[in-house]
Design a protein around this ligand. Structure first.
Ligand SMILES: [Zn+2]
Ligand SMILES: [Zn+2]
Length: 334
């Protein structure tokens, strides 16, 4: 990259990680077992977001879940318990991160991707305020639909509509499914996200999430309710695949909690000058900024394979401009 390009990139991004190095190394040829193993170990690191969510899902199953036999019939008692726990989870995770990064500014702009402030007095957002808009749609719609889907799955397990296994009887499949869940979440996310970028669905539904051209922790799950219905529907694969309620809880928590961390706007939570805790997702931050790139995740290969990958550099941007030009030429010719 030239010096001039470096300067231009710095103006756009206050912090820009090397995205090419962050991509999952599973889809390169020839396969490289070393980088693959390192990637798996890092993504399942004991102090990584993924493992912490899994830990929380296990605690949830043992402590914060209604008795399965009580879920044979719908009742406000146990459904309200699920809803209250999910509401509290988002208040703690998204609320805590927002407080730390944006209210108290404890990390200033260290490792913050985009230093443009979250929007106030903007008619673009409900309540004319980005954070209030994001909080409302997260706490009301995302938490509501997340809880409804979790309750439906509990009802399905309790009544035998979902094929249920136990760890004791099927330990290998039980563990394999835990590893497969983030992969499935990424695949489902990509497919429904591409669908939501078709012109009509984008205008009616997905544009709500894209109001956030710069994001904060509350932006991750701030979407149109129809998008919540589609996004979290990935859990219903467990009506076909033998699983345990822990898998359903983990899958739903994985979607919603990691949306709060990945939209935090910061690459790392830096504690005490030494401890760094990876949160952010520059890959998706680029999608919020430019809209027509990086539809998947840094773990899925689709954007690289289908030429919609933007790595955040000036070269990446030049390629996206060229792609737009080619697409509009095709449209005109068609
Ligand atoms: Zn997003
Ligand atoms: Zn999008």
């Amino acid at each position: 990259m030239t010096t001039q390009n470096h300067a231009a990139s710095r103006r756009k991004w206050n912090f820009r990680p090397n995205l090419d190095d962050q991509l999952a190394p599973f889809y390169r040829w020839p396969p490289k077992p070393g980088p693959m193993l390192r990637y798996i170990l890092a993504s399942w690191s004991p102090i990584g977001v993924r493992m912490l969510i899994l830990g929380f899902a296990i605690i949830t199953w043992f402590v914060f879940v209604p008795e399965l036999q009580d879920c044979r019939e719908f009742s406000l008692d146990w459904i309200a318990q699920i809803w209250a726990r999910n509401l509290l989870t988002m208040l703690v995770v998204a609320g805590g991160l927002h407080l730390y990064f944006y209210s108290l500014r404890r990390q200033q702009d260290e490792e913050r991707y985009d230093t443009r402030p979250l929007m106030r007095n903007s008619r673009l957002f409900h309540f004319n305020d980005q954070v209030r808009d994001n909080m409302f749609w997260t706490l009301v719609s995302a938490v509501g639909i997340w809880s409804a889907y979790e309750a439906l799955m509990m009802y399905a397990y309790a009544n035998g509509y979902a094929p249920m296994i136990s760890f004791g009887a099927h330990p290998a499949w039980f563990i394999a499914l835990i590893f497969l869940i983030p992969w499935w979440a990424g695949l489902h996310f990509y497919l429904q996200h591409r669908l939501l970028h078709t012109p009509r669905l984008y205008a009616a539904v997905h544009s709500w999430h894209h109001k956030n051209s710069n994001t904060g922790p509350w932006s991750g799950a701030a979407m149109h309710p129809v998008e919540h219905l589609v996004w979290l529907s990935s859990v219903f694969v467990l009506l076909l695949v033998p699983s345990h309620p822990l898998h359903a809880i983990f899958l739903l928590q994985f979607h919603v909690i990691s949306a709060a961390t990945s939209h935090s706007g910061y690459e790392h939570l830096c504690l005490g000058g030494r401890m760094k805790f990876r949160l952010g997702d520059f890959f998706h931050q680029l999608h919020h900024r430019f809209c027509d790139c990086n539809y998947g995740t840094f773990e899925t290969p689709w954007d690289q394979w289908l030429d919609t990958y933007h790595n955040g550099t000036e070269e990446g941007e030049a390629w996206m401009k060229e792609r737009r030009r080619q697409l509009s030429q095709k449209k005109t010719a068609g």
